[in-house]
Ligand binder design. Sequence first.
Ligand SMILES: [Cu+2]
Length: 121
Amino acid sequence: MKSYLKSPLSLLVAAGMILSGTVRTWATEAPREVVITAKRFEFSPKQITLKKGETVTLKLTSEDVTHGFFVRPLKIDTEIVPGKTTEVTITPQATGKFTTICDHFCGVGHGNMMMTIVVEE
Ligand SMILES: [Cu+2]
């Protein structure tokens, strides 16, 4: 008991460590954001790299018409409507190279509109 009273400083240090640990946990809770822009007939960027197990929020916008954003292996199937930001939050569970296609007809080049999502270990 006496040794506790002798070192209030170590208690402060311990409290500080707990506190900073807590702050670090909060900081990692907000998912990383990846911004993707769609326009006839491409996505920008053409490729993004994610980490397996890391939660990210994709922020999708369109510069012209409504596009689709479909990646079956990542269970993403959404529309990108011009004038608003479509958010998709995912936590990839498998590594690989996944092709994303526009599955909403947007014009003559529609069939070639795609991008790649790489998921690394
Ligand atoms: Cu399209």
